[in-house]
Design a protein around this ligand. Sequence first.
Ligand code: GLV
Ligand code: MN
Ligand code: MN
Ligand code: MN
Length: 403
Amino acid sequence: MIQPAVAHGRLTGLDEIVDVGRDRVRGGYSRHVWDTAELELREWFRARAAALGLDVETDRNGNIWAWWGSPGADAVVLGSHLDSVPGGGEFDGPLGVASALDAIAMLQADGVTPTRPCAVVVFAEEEGSRFGVACLGSRLLTGAMTADRVRALTDADGVTFADAAAANGTDPRFVGHDPETLARIGVFIELHVEQGRGLIDLDSPLAVASSILAHGRWRIDFTGEGNHAGATRMADRRDPMIAASRGILAIRDAARGDDRATVGRIEAVPGGTNVIPSRVTTWLDARSDLDGDARSLVAEITARVQDAAAAEQCEARVTEESWSGQVVFDPALRDRLAATLGGIPALPTGAGHDAGILSAHVPTAMLFVRNPSGVSHSPEEHATLEDCVAGVVALTHVLRGLV
Ligand code: GLV
Ligand code: MN
Ligand code: MN
Ligand code: MN
């Protein structure tokens, strides 16, 4: 039996995977759904869960479930994800998974036998780094996105989700809304590293989540005329790279107050140094407090990028790729956690999570662990051992009160 990691003053799980999926080029970690690193993490999870005597199964959407006791209805489910953004941090995702296993190990060491089903879940493709849509595993589970749409999503190499799933033991014919699995979840709790400066400002190691900004992703295609970099006079160009550059500045200018607007990914076609591109595609991540605010932000951005493109005799087309409305976490569950944990603060977040997707269906809560760098989706993301241990201890208290 694996000893509870915190009893040794360390997080055993994270120690074991510290070298899996290190990105030698970008720094940090690149662990994308069903790539070599993420598959290794899945194996690590299965082995650790099995060592705790948990029964491991993979659902029809590629999410992994490790059951303490028999699977069944009204289960207490803890968990998070193991995939990362390109060049991401060590903690975003794996901290929640390792902590969930540690919490069960702590209770087992205390001789606790759960009186209700209890599971740790690893959701597939939370970051959307491979197929472009975040929280794919939980969106499929809950029916928030149709199976047909997801099956047809492609990665950077043109591999469809359906083919990638099939190659990794998930039959693409059966992906999609899974009401039986969803019905088993009585309550879902995701522990996560905090991704901004909230806990630094509060001077607290932990918080419960109060809400998540409304957010989504849009693809913006700027089209112009591909041509020769040397033979084409500047006045004769319809260069979509210039249109996109103007567009990106306009996007920054459109975001006010609590809005967030980011272009983190850009692709020039055909992509040669001596070629004026025929198309430049940028991906917009836009967020704001309320659904209406985020929608108006994107409407304003759409108008501004079209103006920017027109100024360069180009065109811009904006296509929605995914959307998640504002989440307000279950107040009763949040209060219960805060009471169990002695009144820890509540904190809103701008980051999306599987917990946000699940919150439309089951009582859901999140626990945040302080990030002293205040930086995430970056190799600089951090959490101290002491704060991680505080997170595991808190999760253990919460779990004890629920099982
Ligand atoms: C995922 O971490 C997101 O918030 O985009
Ligand atoms: Mn993330
Ligand atoms: Mn995450
Ligand atoms: Mn996230």
